[in-house]
Design a protein around this ligand. Sequence first.
Ligand code: NIG
Ligand code: FE
Length: 419
Amino acid sequence: MALLIKNIRELLLAGEDMGGKACGRAMAQLPAVRDGFLFIRDGSIDDYGTMQEMDPGYARIPGLETIDAADKMVLPAWCDSHTHLVFPESREAEYIDKIRGLSYEDIAKRGGGILNSSRKMHQAGEEELFRDAMERLHEIMSYGTGAVEIKSGYGLNTEDEMKMLRVIRRLKENSPLSIRSTFLGAHAIPMEYKKDPRAYVDLIIAEMIPRVAAEGLADFIDVFCDRGFFSAEDTDRILNAGLKHGLRPKIHANELDYSGGIQVGVKYDALSVDHLEYTGREEIDALLGSQTMPTLLPGASFFLGMPYAPARKMIDAGLPVALASDFNPGSSPSGNMQLILSMGSILYRMLPEEALYAVTLNGAYAMDLHERLGTISRGKKANVLITKRIPTYSYLPYAYGSNKIETVILNGRIETTNK
Ligand code: NIG
Ligand code: FE
């Protein structure tokens, strides 16, 4: 199967040897080919360049499909490295409580929040969870997401955590998106363990991790390391146990306080530490020199009315930054990565170039998929977006709220066309 996209106004993030991630000042340098072509064969990016460089022999390839992208941009599909998009029910009743003045922590303390979803998860069948999550995948794909990480964490007991992870496995098998799964048994302390949280940590270590690993159900492990949830010490124990079973960490840290989560994540060579609203000099210093991707979730700060992570400080200090949706029913009920791109620019003051890196290559890195995804490079998987007619790529974060993507190509095949 061969697909040729020609007359592209600008082909973004096109280049070889771009490294696994973009850091600091390099995030403002976005490689682009003007008046370009992109040639896709057998699901991979075969070649690209300017129209003048295009091989005239393409026209003779039998069955070649050609798309004219005049006045349009072409770029890598979004890589959303942090979601909880397998969930049983929406939670708009809590949203109204929040409007009335309760905080995320107040709601959690009275048994709402994650524990509310956990009770519903226990009742939910795998079939309905799968069907609803497939619908969500379809929706985020229509906005341009081509790769997504999905966490468990609404089970909070061995059987229900495994149920969620089996649903994610089925999504991997049935969706054109590239999917990574993360075991998040340490998402909240279940009611019955409130008096003895350590016993729940013991259960995660002794029973959940070995079973999840034995069945190969997770690529990564996560802990919600924050005030009122899991301490840095709990996190240390859980990550240590996870690593023994080959599970690399990607953790929730410093959303509610300076929790020590960033430091413990770096200690265990986490692939990413996520949220990071409470990040100061010490945390930035810990991240500098590590291989850990700081991942920011502006949708959650926006939705909960909480402080924004200091993205500008991080990038100015030389760190890379990834942006993800955190799609979940409690703190960010949207997986629209175009909105996240805009929030990166509007709320974090990231330049369009920086925000574009954050939702492509750096997001791919945070899922350990940077060798296959996140840039337009020869040999990478052809997960590619064609925009509608837009004047510049800065229009993508600028015109927030509308769908600027016309065509979504995943694995070299056209999956969605928004006309
Ligand atoms: O990333 N902060 C912890 N976990 C999720 C929220 C999950 C929920 O409220 O259902 C988050 O924001
Ligand atoms: Fe999250």
